[in-house]
Design a protein around this ligand. Structure first.
Ligand code: PLP
Length: 335
């Protein structure tokens, strides 16, 4: 067994249950917009603590929120240290992206640079990305600033499955949380996404947005629906998420932390879902970088973001993939 090789966050003890759910879908002849989609949304809502609506990918959830908050033609602040999906989706929605620097300790948006850029650009919205599987360390300050200044705050939670701060989960600080269940995520449905929000009107808008604006076509929309087979994967994954998080945390504490003192150090009260285990020393056994090049460089924006450049050069990821069969004792220990 190669312990460095990528392992999908699927627990093989769930095969039978997954196959039973797939049989249910086959039998009930409703392969989209059916009971499994609803059950996945309810399960995610239960875990996340907010109403939830599934989409075919993160992009569907993001575009629904960007349209709802009318970002077309408006300035939006976005960290440069993120996956290109974040600025590309903003651009696709017609927003004008201004990049913000990150911190070196958490790799996430810096409140100091965020505040400076907000005063300079007067943005309509900001996207906060929880990079690496932990919550952005300055989430509270950023959220408070956005509330005071009337800036829409959207959280890109694509890495944040399992993460919390004093029990509060990603996606619950801002106006919406945007999740991905793509193939590499801590739990995955192959492809998939979820929008969570405390605004019921946004959930209703997104429900129509993912379905061509039906029934009356008075709002924009295309097809961003999930199918029932994918939703079944989401149900079993969500049910296992706390266990997967506990297992990864046990491996981090027991094996990785002692070897890597120069790593991301989580503040008191924070739990990481360990999408990535990030260190600031070159590693012999590394799965590479979270991102090799900051987005402002990829997109040719002439803005000075020294920490984003520094992070791209100076971090590496140690392999930490969910393999319960290899370490079953940890499952019992983590319960
Ligand atoms: C930070 C971030 N945002 C957005 C995405 C896009 O997710 P999806 O592939 O589900 O559209 C990803 C992952 O792939 C990501 O890592």
């Amino acid at each position: 067994m190669n312990f460095d090789a990528f392992a999908i966050g699927f627990d093989h003890r769930d095969r039978e249950r997954l196959h039973a759910l797939w049989d249910e879908a086959i039998d009930n002849e409703q392969w989209s917009d059916g009971p499994l989609t609803r059950a996945f949304e309810e399960a995610w809502s239960g875990w996340n603590g907010l109403p939830a609506l599934s989409t075919s990918s993160w992009t569907g959830a993001a575009l629904a929120a960007f349209e709802y908050f009318e970002l077309r033609g408006r300035t939006v602040l976005c960290p440069s240290n993120t996956f290109m999906a974040t600025p590309l989706a903003l651009q696709a929605a017609g927003a004008s992206v201004q990049f913000v620097d990150c911190n070196r300790d958490d790799l996430c948006m810096s409140f100091e640079d965020f505040e400076r850029k907000a005063r300079e650009h007067k943005p309509r919205a900001a996207v906060l990305v929880h990079i690496g599987g932990h919550i952005a360390f300055e989430v509270e300050q950023i959220a408070a600033f956005c509330r005071d200044e009337g800036i829409v705050l959207l959280e890109d939670c694509a890495h944040a499955h399992g993460a919390s701060l004093h029990g509060k989960r990603a996606g619950t600080w801002g106006d919406a949380g945007l999740w991905s269940f793509a193939a590499t995520k801590t739990i995955s449905t192959g492809e998939g996404g979820m929008l969570v929000s405390r605004h019921p009107e946004l959930i209703e808008f997104a429900d129509r947005f993912r379905n061509y604006g039906k029934p009356d076509y008075t709002q924009p929309g295309l097809n961003y629906r999930l199918n029932e087979f994918t939703a079944a994967l989401g149900i079993v994954g969500t049910e296992r998420l706390d266990e997967i998080t506990a297992w990864k945390n046990a491996i981090a504490r027991e094996q990785l932390d002692p070897q890597h003192p120069n790593r991301v150090h989580l503040p008191e009260g924070m739990v990481s879902g360990y999408y990535k285990y990030i260190v600031f020393d070159p590693l012999e056994r590394s799965t590479g970088k979270v991102y090799d090049e900051p987005c402002h460089r990829v997109l040719g924006h002439h803005v000075d973001l020294p920490n984003s450049d520094w992070v791209a050069q100076n971090h590496w990821c140690a392999p930490l993939y969910y393999r319960p069969a290899e370490r079953p004792a940890l499952l019992a220990a983590s319960q």
